[in-house]
Ligand binder design. Structure first.
Ligand code: CMP
Length: 288
C-alpha cells in the first residue's frame, strides 16, 4: 500500500525519526510505504532479494535462521519503533535472515531514497542505526556462545552410554576422591595389623610379607587404571566434539561479524558522503 496511509504524526513516535521537524516528517511520510501483515505471515525469507528496510509501527516481528539440523534459531524479536532488513538495503545483497510477523503487524517500508533523505536531513539517524548494528553484533556473539555450549552438551548426551562406560565413569569418579585414599589407607592398616599377629585371639590369614594383599592391590591398580583410561578416552571424544563444534561456530561467527562490520562501514561511508555533500552545498551558498 502506498504513502497516502502514512500519517506524519505517527512517525514522530518512531525513535529513528524523532529528531525530524514537521516539514521533514511530511516529506518522508509522502515517500514511505506502509505494509500490514497478519500473524504468522512471512515478510521475507533468507536469500530473497531485498532493497527495503522496515520500521515496526505496531505488532512484533521475529527474525530467524535455520541451522544445519533445520532447527529454528531466533535472532531477534523486533518491537514497535525498531527496524529490520537494513542489511540488504545497505549492501544490495540478499536477505541474511527470514522475517515473520509474530502478531498482526504494521510497518513502514523505507527504500534507499528514503534513507538517503533521512540521513541527509539528520546524520544522527545514521548513528542510531550504527548503534543498533553494534547491538546486533553483540547479541550475535552471545547467541553463538550460548549455542556452542548447548550443542556440545546435547551432542555428548545424545550418545547412549554402555554399561561398562557407566561403571568406568562411576569407579573413576570414586577412585579420584580423597575419601577413597582414606578408605584404602584404613583398609591397608587394618589388614597389616590383623596379619601381624599383634591382636590376641585373631589369627593371621596373610602373614608378612602380605602376599595376598599385594596381589589384591595390584589387581585393583590394574583395573582402576583401565577404568581411568576408558573415562579419559570418553573425555577426549567429548573434547574433540567440542573443538569441532567450536570451530564451526567460530567460522560462522567470523562470517556473520564480517558481514555486520561491512554494513557498519557502508553506513559510515553514506554518512560521510552526505556530510561532504552538505559542506559543498554550504560553501556554494556562501560563495553566492
Ligand atoms: P537483511 O539481511 O536485509 O534481512 C534480514 C535481517 O535480519 C537483516 O537485514 C537484519 O535486519 C536482521 N539480522 C541479521 N542478522 C542479525 C543478527 N545476528 N541479529 C539480529 N538481527 C539480524
Amino acid at each position: 500500500m502506498r504513502n497516502t496511509l502514512v500519517d506524519p504524526e505517527l512517525l514522530v513516535h518512531i525513535p529513528l525519526f524523532a529528531l525530524m521537524d514537521k516539514q521533514e516528517l511530511s516529506l518522508l511520510a509522502e515517500n514511505l510505504d506502509y505494509k500490514k501483515c497478519i500473524a504468522g505471515q512471512t515478510i521475507f525469507s533468507l536469500g530473497d532479494p531485498g532493497n527495503t528496510m522496515y520500521i515496526v509501527r505496531s505488532g512484533e516481528v521475529e527474525l530467524f535462521l535455520r541451522d544445519e539440523d533445520g532447527e529454528r534459531v531466533t535472532l531477534e524479536f523486533v518491537q514497535p519503533g525498531q527496524i529490520f532488513g537494513e542489511l540488504s538495503l545497505l549492501d544490495d545483497e540478499p536477505r541474511s535472515a527470514s522475517a515473520v510477523a509474530v502478531r498482526n503487524t504494521e510497518m513502514y517500508v523505507v527504500d534507499r531514497h528514503d534513507l538517503q533523505m533521512l540521513v541527509k536531513a539528520h546524520p544522527h539517524a545514521a548513528l542510531d542505526m550504527l548503534t543498533m548494528l553494534g547491538k546486533r553484533i553483540r547479541e550475535a556473539n552471545q547467541l553463538v556462545r550460548h549455542r556452542t555450549a548447548k550443542n556440545v552438551n546435547e551432542v555428548v548426551e545424545q550418545k547412549p552410554l554402555s554399561w561398562g562406560e557407566r561403571l568406568s565413569d562411576t569407579l573413576t569418579a570414586m577412585s579420584g576422591s580423597i575419601k577413597f585414599v582414606y578408605a584404602s589407607l584404613a583398609w591397608f592398616l587394618i589388614w597389616i595389623i590383623i596379619n601381624s599377629g599383634i591382636i590376641p585371639g585373631i589369627a593371621a590369614f596373610d602373614p608378612y610379607p602380605f602376599s595376598f594383599l599385594t596381589m589384591v592391590v595390584s589387581l585393583e591398580a590394574i583395573f582402576l587404571s583401565l577404568f581411568v583410561l576408558i573415562s579419559q578416552n570418553r573425555q577426549a571424544e567429548r573434547d574433540r566434539i567440542r573443538n569441532d563444534i567450536e570451530y564451526d561456530v567460530n567460522l560462522k561467527a567470523e562470517v556473520e561479524i564480517r558481514g555486520l562490520m561491512k554494513q557498519v562501514e557502508d553506513l559510515q561511508r553514506l554518512v560521510i558522503q552526505h556530510l561532504a555533500n552538505d559542506d559543498e552545498d554550504n560553501l556554494a551558498n556562501t560563495a553566492e
